[in-house]
Design a protein. Structure first.
Length: 352
């Protein structure tokens, strides 16, 4: 259950220096995840018993079923060999920084052994981000569709271009500007898929503002109000009629092209949309560390995923894999403080 009214430097670190001070080693990280997973006290994941004993190595021994309950079991951190200090640094960078961080940047930054490790960490954190963005939109809500990906040169253009993914988005329209947003990949732009999106992300009774696409009236039915605009007849540009969704579309595509170098496949696009939504809906938060707290709260409640599930290979046996090599696990970020090692250098060695 999320912590209500959390305070900086009490429930979560306020800045990067505080992160490294709060979590100097993996044991501190594990205890923090323990506290987030059971803020009201231990509860066995097997039998539901609320009595247990802490184990010296971390985790609990249930007083009811006598089973051992690991803190990381059943979370995105299950069976990880990456130190928790590395996980926490990655979570901070993804949640708090304005444009997030790509796996290609994260690998050398944290000393990860391979790109695959960094990529899997990022996707598991995106799984948690998707859980934090389920609040329904309300009021006046702009809705529109866009296309992500597709061939850059040659080939068919428009909706039928190969490699394109259909994305429908909704943005709250307020007097002060734009509110929260929701984005979802859909297989086809029709009344059925639009209707499922609207009923999943918008509060009944809200007013949907859209263009004159014929799929909207049957999708909206009697659940929502509707303000359709025929953009062609109005003589206005689309971004003037629906400024919110066009602003979000522009920011999304700029982020994908900048941070991720447009290297996002259609199979994994939804995970990136969840990450974008997580930060966009919290862009006005003054306490940046609160995003870190909310991310880790859902990280300990999100189910574990395997690498095979993440890469979404329909037939793994048909994929040729390279010969196995000895894995290189990253080192923990916990380290003993050094006393100015640069002063120990013999200056004579620096002379030509």
């Amino acid at each position: 259950m999320p912590i209500s009214s959390p305070k900086a430097e009490v429930h979560y670190p306020g800045n990067l220096a505080a992160v490294r001070s709060w979590f100097p080693d993996d044991a501190a990280c594990l205890d923090y995840l323990d506290w987030l997973r059971w803020p009201d006290g231990f509860r066995c994941t097997h039998c539901g018993c609320e009595k247990g004993w802490r184990l010296p190595a971390g985790g609990w021994s249930c007083a009811g079923c006598r089973k051992r309950v690991r803190v990381l079991a059943g979370t995105i951190f299950q069976d990880t060999r990456t130190p928790l200090t590395v996980w926490f640094e990655a979570a901070w960078l993804m949640a708090v920084t304005k444009n997030g961080v790509s796996a290609a940047s994260l690998q050398p930054l944290l000393g990860l052994g391979s790109y695959e490790t960094a990529w899997a960490m990022c996707h598991k954190l995106r799984t948690a981000m998707g859980r934090t963005s389920k609040d329904l939109l309300s009021g006046d809500v702009e809705v529109d569709e866009t296309f992500i990906g597709g061939v850059k040169t040659g080939g068919k253009r428009g909706r039928g271009a190969p490699g394109k993914a259909y994305v429908v988005m909704a943005v709250e329209s307020t007097e002060r500007g734009f509110g929260r947003c929701q984005l979802q990949v859909i297989p086809k732009i029709d009344a059925e898929n639009l209707g499922q999106f609207l009923h999943r992300h918008i509060t009944p009774g809200s007013v949907v503002i859209s263009d004159a696409l014929r799929s909207y009236p049957p999708a909206i039915a009697d659940t929502f109000g509707h303000k359709p605009f025929n953009i062609k007849r109005s003589g206005l540009h689309a971004h003037e009629v629906l400024p919110g969704v066009h602003r979000v579309t522009s920011l999304l595509k700029r982020w994908l092209a900048g941070t991720h170098q447009s290297g996002v496949s259609a199979e994994h696009l939804q995970a990136y949309l969840d990450e974008f939504t997580f930060r966009f809906n919290r862009r006005h938060s003054r306490a940046r560390g609160l995003l870190f707290l909310r991310l880790l709260e859902d990280a300990v409640n999100a189910p574990p995923t395997t690498m095979r599930e993440l890469i979404k290979v329909p037939n793994p046996h048909s994929v040729k894999t390279p010969p196995p090599t000895r894995p290189v696990w990253p080192e923990s970020l916990a380290a003993e403080p050094l006393d100015r090692p640069w002063r120990d250098i013999d200056r004579s060695e620096l002379l030509p």
